[in-house]
Design a protein around this ligand. Structure first.
Ligand SMILES: *Cc1c(COP(=O)(O)O)cnc(C)c1O
Length: 414
C-alpha cells in the first residue's frame, strides 16, 4: 500500500474536521473571482491584448492593459507588471532603490525581513550593491509576541524616515502573517505619527488570501512575485508593483532608466499567460490554502507544532510545521518531491541558495522553476527544523503530497 492505514484513517478524519474552514476559503475565492471578472469587464480585456511585442515595445497594448487590470484589482492608482522582474525580490528591490535616496532611512516594522531582503538592505547581511552602499540608513522594530509593536512605532520614526517596510507573510519564521486588519492598524499609526512616511508592503504570498488587499488598508505601495499567488501557476516569470502613481513611477525609472520608465519593455512571453494566470489566481490560492489547512490538521494530529493551527484564519498561503530534526526535514521534502509532477525521481539535497544565510532544502517538482504557488516545501537547515509548505495548483495534489511527506517520516522509524 502506498500510504499506511493509520495515515489514510487520519486523512478522513482531518477532511471531515476541515469542512467548515474549507467553506470559508471557498467563499473568499468566489468573492475574489467576482472582483477579477468585474475588473476584466471594466478594462475590456480582449484577445488583442495577448500578443507578443518586440524591441522597445512602445504602445504595447497588452502590457498596458495588464497594468490597468492589476491597478484596478488592487485598488491602486498605477501598476508595473513585468516579466522583466526576475523574481519577487527584484520587484521589492526596485521599489526600495527607486524611491529611497542617500540619507533616507528605511524602517522594517516586522522585525528582520525575509532572507533575500536582508542582502538587498545590506545591514544584517552585507553585500555588494546593497542599499547600505548607497548611503541609505536602516532600522528595525522587533516583533513583540509575534505581533507588530504598534506602541513602539512612534519611537522609531525620525525626520529622515522616508519609508517603512511591512512584511505581510511569515517568511522563514514562526510568527503569524499579518491580517488586513493588522496592516490597517499599522499604517494608521505610521500616518498619525508621520503623515509623509511611505508605507511599503512586501505582499508575497498574500494576494487573494483575503477579500481585501493591503492597498485597501492604507498602504502606499506594495510588490510581489508572479510565480507566487497572482500568477495563478500559469505566469512563466515576473513581478508586480502597485500603488500611488508617483511612487510606482519612481520605481519604473529604476526598472528601466530615468526618462524611460514604464513606456518600454517588450512582452516577450505570451501575455495570455499573465491574464489567464490572474483569472485563475483566486481559485488556485484557495486550493493552496485548503492544502495548508489539511497539512496543519494532519501534522497537528501527528503531534507536531503547526503554525497556523488548522482552525486559525490565514494571512498567507504558508503552512509552517516544526519537525524538530534535520532527518525529518529531509524526509518530509523527499516525500513531497516523490509526489510532484516534475522531477519526481530526484531526492532533494540541502544547498547554498543565493541570498540565503543558511543552507536550504527544497522540494519543488514544479512546471515553472521554483514557483512556490505550485506545491512545494522548503526550510533552512537550522533548529528547530521548520518546514514551510506552500502552494498547490490542485487540492488533490496537496493531499497526496502531504500524505507522502507524512509517510516518509513514518518510514524513518521502520
Ligand atoms: C518569496 C518572498 C520574497 C521574494 O522572493 P523571490 O524568491 O525573490 O520571489 C520576498 N519576501 C517574502 C516574504 C517572500 O515570501
Amino acid at each position: 500500500m502506498t500510504f499506511s492505514k493509520k495515515l489514510l484513517d487520519l486523512k478522513q478524519q482531518v477532511l471531515e474536521e476541515s469542512a467548515p474552514f474549507f467553506h470559508r476559503i471557498e467563499g473568499i475565492a468566489e468573492e475574489n473571482t467576482l472582483k477579477v471578472l468585474d475588473a476584466m469587464r471594466e478594462c475590456k480585456v480582449s484577445d488583442a491584448h495577448f500578443n507578443t511585442t518586440s524591441g522597445y515595445a512602445y504602445d504595447d497594448i497588452g502590457r498596458g492593459k495588464l497594468e490597468e487590470l492589476y491597478a484596478r484589482i488592487f485598488a491602486a492608482e498605477r501598476a508595473l507588471v513585468r516579466t522583466q522582474f526576475v523574481s519577487g525580490t527584484h520587484a521589492l528591490a526596485t521599489v526600495l532603490f527607486g524611491i529611497l535616496r542617500p540619507g533616507d532611512e528605511l524602517v522594517s516594522l516586522t522585525g528582520k525581513p525575509y532572507d533575500t531582503m536582508q542582502t538587498v538592505i545590506g545591514y544584517d547581511n552585507p553585500s555588494l550593491g546593497s542599499l547600505k552602499e548607497f548611503g541609505i540608513l536602516y532600522d528595525e522594530l522587533p516583533m513583540a509576541d509575534g505581533k507588530v509593536d504598534i506602541k513602539g512605532i512612534a519611537g522609531k520614526l525620525k525626520s529622515n524616515t522616508r519609508m517603512v517596510l511591512i512584511q505581510r507573510s511569515r517568511g522563514y519564521s514562526m510568527r503569524s502573517p499579518l491580517s488586513i486588519g493588522d496592516i490597517r492598524e499599522i499604517t494608521a499609526e505610521v500616518k498619525r505619527v508621520k503623515p509623509d512616511c511611505i508605507c511599503f508592503v512586501d505582499n508575497c504570498y498574500g494576494e487573494f488570501v483575503d477579500v481585501e488587499e493591503p492597498t485597501q488598508a492604507g498602504v502606499d505601495i506594495m510588490a510581489g512575485s508572479l510565480i507566487k499567488n497572482p500568477g495563478g501557476g500559469i505566469a512563466p516569470t515576473g513581478g508586480y508593483i502597485v500603488g500611488k502613481k508617483e511612487l510606482v513611477e519612481l520605481a519604473s525609472y529604476r526598472l528601466t532608466a530615468p526618462g524611460m520608465g514604464d513606456e518600454l519593455g517588450a512582452s516577450l512571453s505570451n501575455n495570455r499567460l499573465l491574464f489567464q494566470g490572474l483569472f485563475l489566481a483566486p481559485h488556485v490560492v484557495s486550493q493552496a490554502i485548503k492544502g495548508a489547512v489539511f497539512a496543519a490538521g494532519m501534522f497537528d494530529r501527528l503531534g507536531y507544532k503547526t503554525l497556523p493551527l488548522p482552525s486559525e484564519e490565514r494571512g498567507d498561503i504558508i503552512q509552517a510545521i516544526e519537525l524538530g530534526s534535520a532527518e525529518k526535514l529531509k524526509a518530509f521534502c523527499g516525500g513531497i518531491q516523490k509526489y510532484s509532477p516534475v522531477d519526481s525521481f530526484a531526492a532533494p539535497e540541502p544547498w547554498d541558495m543565493p541570498g540565503y544565510a543558511d543552507q536550504v532544502i527544497m522540494a519543488a517538482g514544479t512546471f515553472v522553476q521554483g514557483a512556490s504557488i505550485e506545491f512545494s516545501a522548503d526550510g533552512p537547515l537550522r533548529p528547530p527544523y521548520n518546514v514551510y509548505l506552500q502552494g498547490g495548483l490542485t487540492f488533490e495534489h496537496a493531499v497526496i503530497g502531504i500524505l507522502g511527506a507524512a509517510q516518509a517520516i513514518e518510514d524513518l522509524n521502520s
